[in-house]
Structures are given as C-alpha cells and as structure tokens.
Design a protein around this ligand. Sequence first.
Ligand code: GDP
Length: 302
Amino acid sequence: MVGSAVCRRLASEPGTKLITRSRAELDLCDERQVNEFFAEHRPATVIFASAKVGGIHANKTFPVEFLTDNLRQELATIHASYRNGVKRFLFLGSTCIYPRLAKQPIKEDELLASPLELTNEAYAIAKIAGLKLCQYFRQQYGVLYHSAMPTNLYGPGDNYHPEHSHVLPGLIRRIHEAKANGEASVTIWGTGTPRREFLHVDDLADAIIHLCQLDNPPDWVNVGTSTDVSIFELAKLVASTVGFSGEIKTDTSKPDGTPRKLTDTTLLKSTGWSPKIGLHEGIAATYRDFLKEQSSGNLRSK
Ligand code: GDP
C-alpha cells in the first residue's frame, strides 16, 4: 500500500529511476537474495516500505510472525544497503512504537519512556529495532539512514480482510456489506471510545519524498495530521459516506488497544511539510477506490 503510493508520487518526480520488486520476486527475509539484489542494482536511495502489518486482532494473534518477519526483513535490507554503498535509507515504522500511555500529543522523545501497548508489542519492538539500527548506522558509519513514523494509514491498496485488517478498511467493508444486505445494524469492535489519527497514504508518500530531500533529517519523525477521532465517530463518518443509516453497536468482548495515540507533528512541520488530504474527502475517495477494486476483482483481503 505504501510502496505503491510512493511509486505514484515518484512518477511525477523528474530524473528518478525506480527499482521495485514484488514479494513474489524478492523475499526480503532472505539475506542472501537481498544482498545479491542490492549488489546487482546498487540503488542510491532505499525507501523501506515493506513490513508484515495488520490490525489489532492480527497483531495480538501472531506476535511471533510480527516480530520475526519484520526483524529479518529489516536486518537483511539495512545490512545489504550498507554493504552495497547505499548512502540514504528511509525506514518506515509506525506510531505504535510509542508507549501505551505516552503523553499526548506524542512527541518523538516519548520513545522508550514507559511500557508498550501489549496488543502490538511484537510489531513495535521490531520497528524500534529497525529505527535504532538506522540511527546507529548513521552515528557509527556516517550514512544518512533515518526513519519516519506514520500514524494509522488508509487509502488505495489497503487490506480489507474482515478480521486481520486495520479499523478503517475493516469498517468500510463491514458497513458496505451491512448496507448491501439491508441489515438494521452493524457492530464495531471494542467500546468505540479509543481515539485514533488517520493519514491518507498519498500524504505519507509526499512526506517521504520531502524527508528524502532534506540534508539533515531527524533520526525519526512523526508523520500525521495531529487531529484524531473516536472509533465511534469514525464509524459514523464511514456510515454516512457509504449511505448506511442503521444502528452502530459495539462489541466490548473485542480489545480496544491503546486509548489514544495522537501525534505531535511540530518537528515535521518545522522541516516545511504538512498534510493536504482531510479525513472526510479522504474517506470518500477511499470508498470510491474500494468499490473500484472490488468490482475489478482486485480487492486485497489477505
Ligand atoms: P490499532 O490502532 O493498532 O489499535 O489498530 P486497529 O486499526 O486494528 O484498531 C483501532 C481501534 O479500532 C481499536 O480500538 C479496535 O478495537 C477498533 N475497531 C473497531 N472496529 C474494528 C474493526 O472492524 N477492525 C479493526 N481492526 N479494529 C476495529
């Protein structure tokens, strides 16, 4: 999802030669394959958009895979980059690297200040390791390896799996199906009170290119909108976009996760970047993309 958005964004950037590989073509967990690929192509800049990701349920259910797949991909790719002369590396993480009860809005220096949220601890530990490895390479070997920590993302190419997706694609799919089936109500997970911040993936792609053009970028920087909504408000927004007027019920047997993760984006703003896509217009565009992907048989749901 993020990689495709970066490619769309770079299509309009003159003088860029893009080198991409799909998961089927290159297994980033395989250090030997990754090293051979880098030795052959010798990219100048690497944007590391690959990760094993998922929503609260997937993270809680598969901590072994979330930790090991991500660590293996990061180690293989960062080492192969250094060995093959990559001067600039942009590592992508997530704001779930911050503590469960981080001070809100969350500044970058909240990292490792107190315990993590347990529902996504394995993923967070892998992403903290990647961020720190980039910081250490920069400090020890003088290469420009740095990181961006986006808030919850949405947009074209998202995963619409009924259980393993994140909340926004999960709700788009469930509420769309409730409307199509003429149901009187729809059920969302948890209490509906946690608050989340959402960033359109095209805004993230633009921020990534901006960061890659800075001479002295921060070691890691939050990428977000600095505004959040409750999950219940989000469900109402999706329902009005989809045109579903039934009741919205909550299922409190499902986990809420962290109560709030609102980013402080002062640092990013100070470098001259702000997001452009508002949540209402972003959800409307994403619902149109969902309908298009669904009717063409390209909806990702694994
Ligand atoms: P998180 O931001 O890492 O907690 O990940 P998610 O995007 O999966 O979940 C965000 C919040 O939305 C949590 O409080 C979930 O309980 C809530 N939620 C409500 N309905 C859904 C749903 O259908 N799918 C998901 N993934 N989360 C949901």
